[in-house]
Design a protein. Sequence first.
Length: 143
Amino acid sequence: MAEARRTHLGVLSLQALVSLAFSASIGLMFLILACALPEYNNWWPFFVLIFYILAPIPSLMARRMSEDSGGSNPCKELAYFLTAGLVVSAFGLPIVLARSPSSAPVIQWGACALVLAGNVVTFLTIWGFFVMADSDDVEYSMW
């Protein structure tokens, strides 16, 4: 019975992992379209990738360093604050690039909208990974 349950959980984990990989590819597709479409043809929005890489790092470090006690944990709170700052910066960068004070904006508003859509999908994917890893028997603290 325990072996069947473990196999079932393994299949569910694999399905969740495949769906997360698919949604991450959709988010990156939006980002690449914002850069590579002929009417935009500008690769400045691609700097958002830095925020995609940096955003989960504070949470991963806090989960590895802190103990899971019942109350408020300052290490986790600081990690949530830093993660929120990185996520807000990822949404702010394309808006700032589209509203640049020069005679012509750095990126067009259509590219900005595609980057913002990619941000929503990608950050929901990252959040989904943390939810999946917390609810399953998957041990990601070794990363």
